[in-house]
Design a binder for this molecule. Sequence first.
Ligand code: SF4
Length: 121
Amino acid sequence: MVTKDIICITCPQGCIIKVSGDLAKGEIASCEGFKCPRGKKYAENEFVHPVRILTSSVKVEGASVPLVAVRTSAPIPKEMLLPAMEEVKKITVTAPLTPGDVIVENFMGTGTDLVASGCIE
Ligand code: SF4
């Protein structure tokens, strides 16, 4: 049994939610401290399967700046962040790019795209 204090980031109140359960089985035994159903759902997901949006930058060719900001279009599993950063280092894009342009579809098989979040001309 594992217990984690999870700060809910769903709204500015930042409730501290205590979740206990069996991580290996993905089972939740108790969840306390939330003030609304959205927070309960967030904390339970964060306990069993934490995800994050990856933000980084990639190299650019043909522009006056060397890098452009990128991010995943949706959160990816937290345990994939470091391998994903290694993958991002290998990418070089060509100008122009505008925010939202897809750089890699289905990035690392996550079902989410790597997209530009910056603009280069
Ligand atoms: S539990 Fe509800 S009220 Fe508390 S921070 Fe999360 S969303 Fe906001």
